[in-house]
Design a protein around this ligand. Structure first.
Ligand SMILES: *Cc1c(COP(=O)(O)O)cnc(C)c1O
Length: 231
């Protein structure tokens, strides 16, 4: 699908600005991490994926399996697809189409993902979603359950637990954001301590990604700042 010159240049400009802000935040934070920009194309058409790719973005995030599958079929650019939203257990098999599942938000889903990967003879990269803020509306495991769960996840060899993911409350103060992001960093530390290859930390959206990068995010998931508001 051809992308209009206008879309392409608007996305390119946004990507360039975001990359500068990420680099500056990384320097301020002092964690020295690499940061992957995951362009969240949900609700936008396949041309958003192509515009992102044209701007040098290699990683794209979708929160619904069906929408992602239709875009995968429609684009020819070889982006890595990230599943960032909640996944139902009966759709675990669909997760195998993604390079990284950010929303492994329960032990039951972990088992379903493992079984699907094992049945397909493959391994799946996942992040453990942690509900650091404790909001009812957010998915994820409770922070205090992470150490014990980290041990039990060793029983699921078809999963590679690559780190932690969290979502901060909308419109939170900087202080609250930092508390939430540090909580996710601690969860990653606990996964590492349990022996998982957990080097990644997916946190930060359009409204809070600079603070997230300062606190060590390795993956930021950005939609609105790149593609405009969703309708
Ligand atoms: C939609 C979504 C994002 C991107 O949100 P923006 O505020 O538009 O950047 C990030 N993460 C998840 C899990 C999402 O569902």
């Amino acid at each position: 699908m051809p992308i209009s010159e206008q879309t392409a240049s608007a996305v390119r400009e946004a990507v360039d600005e975001v990359r500068e802000r990420i680099a500056a935040a990384r320097n301020r934070g002092g964690h020295g991490q690499d940061v992957t920009l995951v362009a969240v194309t949900k609700t936008h058409g396949p041309e958003a994926v192509e515009a992102a790719w044209a701007a040098g973005v290699t990683d794209v995030g979708e929160n619904r399996v069906q929408e992602a599958e239709s875009k995968m079929a429609a684009v020819s650019v070889p982006v890595r697809w990230h599943l960032i939203g909640h996944l139902q257990r009966n759709k675990a098999k669909a997760a195998l189409k993604f390079a990284l599942v950010h929303g492994m938000d329960s032990e039951r889903l972990a088992v379903a993902l493992h079984d699907a990967a094992q049945a397909a003879g493959t391994t799946l990269d996942v992040l453990l979603q942690v509900n650091v803020s404790g909001e009812d509306t957010k998915s994820g495991v409770a922070p205090e359950s992470v150490p014990a769960l980290a041990d039990r996840l060793h029983a699921l060899p078809a999963l590679r637990v690559r780190g932690a993911m969290t979502m901060a409350p909308f419109d939170a103060s900087e202080q609250v954001l930092r508390t939430v992001f540090r909580g996710a960093r601690e969860a990653r530390q606990q996964l590492q301590a349990a022996g998982h290859p957990a080097e990644w930390l997916s946190m930060g959206m359009s409204g809070d990604y600079e603070v997230a990068v300062e606190e060590g995010a390795t993956h930021v998931r950005l939609g609105t700042v790149l593609f405009g508001t969703r309708t």
